[in-house]
Design a protein around this ligand. Structure first.
Ligand code: SAM
Length: 330
């Protein structure tokens, strides 16, 4: 086993696999209303190629967790099969999914049966008008049905990811928490990051962790959860003494790069050692040129060794990556 280690003592064991850059929502903080130029089909890894790279990660490089994401992973036709084959690997990793939940109501039982352990659903509001404003689609009911189906299928604890936008839904933090508490979903707020395709992010418009916590404390007592946080991105708080929790993923104002154990594989077979990396390592070309598992593993190890100590959002020289979040895999 060759660990995916970098020069700062971190070892990546958590692989985020983007299965497509396409999405059926158009969240304003992620992509423009007209969508993006999607990857050409022949550049996207086939199901066999995805599973092979995951197998190399698991068998050669110490990957223990695999999270499928996108774009929207539920629009990938082979999703259930990829999940099943990943769970059938020797030393099978724990598999999870990040999704907008459109269509999840139909597919949740099959995902659970294929071995998927957990699910994170993105939901920024429970008000239909705000949902349409943010996602530019009228699909809130499908998301709610998808959440219920995930819970019924045993894909728990079901987590909800929310992004707050100033002047749009930043007055709804408490309402969203109460809605999740009533249904036993674990809510996590994510600080908005400079990863939108339109490059519209500004630090002063972003809702900070401090603001989020202040809004929640207007309705609940929050105490820091005692469990060690480890490499988990979310800082957890007990709500009114627990056991329910709420989390804040404060990538911008409270960065946790020193504990990062993640590595990313894009839908077109590029390894990224950081969400904010400006360079990628091309595994697809090697794969299609007939490279052995060992040769691919060696490339992957080299790609990880150059991981920077931090994402540098606060550095005046920070440059947003060329690819937006939807093309990297969030
Ligand atoms: N389509 C899936 C979904 O909606 O969960 C997976 C991909 S999406 C890019 C993953 C997560 O990234 C979502 O929770 C979304 O809200 C979040 N996200 C997208 N752009 C973001 C940004 N600029 N800052 C913070 N989070 C963002």
């Amino acid at each position: 086993m060759q660990p995916l280690a970098d020069r700062y003592g971190r070892v990546a064991t958590d692989l985020r696999v983007s299965l497509t850059d396409r999405c059926n929502l158009r969240c304003s903080y992620c992509m423009p209303a007209e969508g993006l130029d999607w990857l050409p089909g022949d550049e996207v890894l086939t199901d066999d190629e995805v599973v092979r790279l995951i197998r190399i990660g698991v068998e050669h490089l110490g990957i223990r967790e695999v999270r499928f994401t996108g774009g929207e992973p539920l629009v990938r036709r082979g999703l259930v099969d990829i999940v099943r084959r990943t769970n059938a690997l020797q030393r099978a990793p724990e598999t999870s999914l990040t999704t907008n939940a459109l269509g999840l109501a139909r597919i949740a039982p099959a995902l659970a049966e294929a071995g998927l352990a957990r699910i994170n659903v993105s939901l920024d509001t429970v008000r239909p008008d705000t949902s349409s404003e943010i996602t530019r689609r009228d699909r809130l009911e499908d998301v709610v049905a998808g959440l219920e189906a995930a819970k019924a299928a045993g894909l728990g604890p079901v987590k909800v990811n929310a992004v707050l936008l100033r002047g749009v839904n930043d007055d709804q933090a408490l309402e969203l928490l109460d809605w999740c508490l009533a249904r036993s979903y674990e809510l996590r707020f994510i600080e908005q990051m400079p990863l939108d395709a339109q490059h519209g992010w500004t630090r002063d418009r972003m809702i900070t962790a401090d603001e989020i916590l202040a809004a929640l404390e207007a309705g609940h007592e929050l105490t820091p959860a005692e469990e060690p946080r480890g490499s988990a991105p979310a800082e957890l708080f007990l709500v009114d003494g627990g056991p329910a929790t709420v989390g804040v993923i404060a990538s911008v104002t409270r960065p946790f790069c020193g504990d990062c154990d993640r590595v990313r594989l894009t839908a077109d077979g590029q390894v990224r050692n950081c969400l904010f990396a400006r360079e990628e390592s091309d595994l697809r070309t090697a794969l299609r040129a007939g490279a052995t598992d060992q040769e691919i593993a060696d490339r992957w190890v080299i790609a990880m060794s150059s991981k920077l100590p931090g994402h540098g959002i606060d550095d005046p020289t920070f440059l947003q990556p060329d690819r937006p979040m939807s093309a990297i895999g969030g």
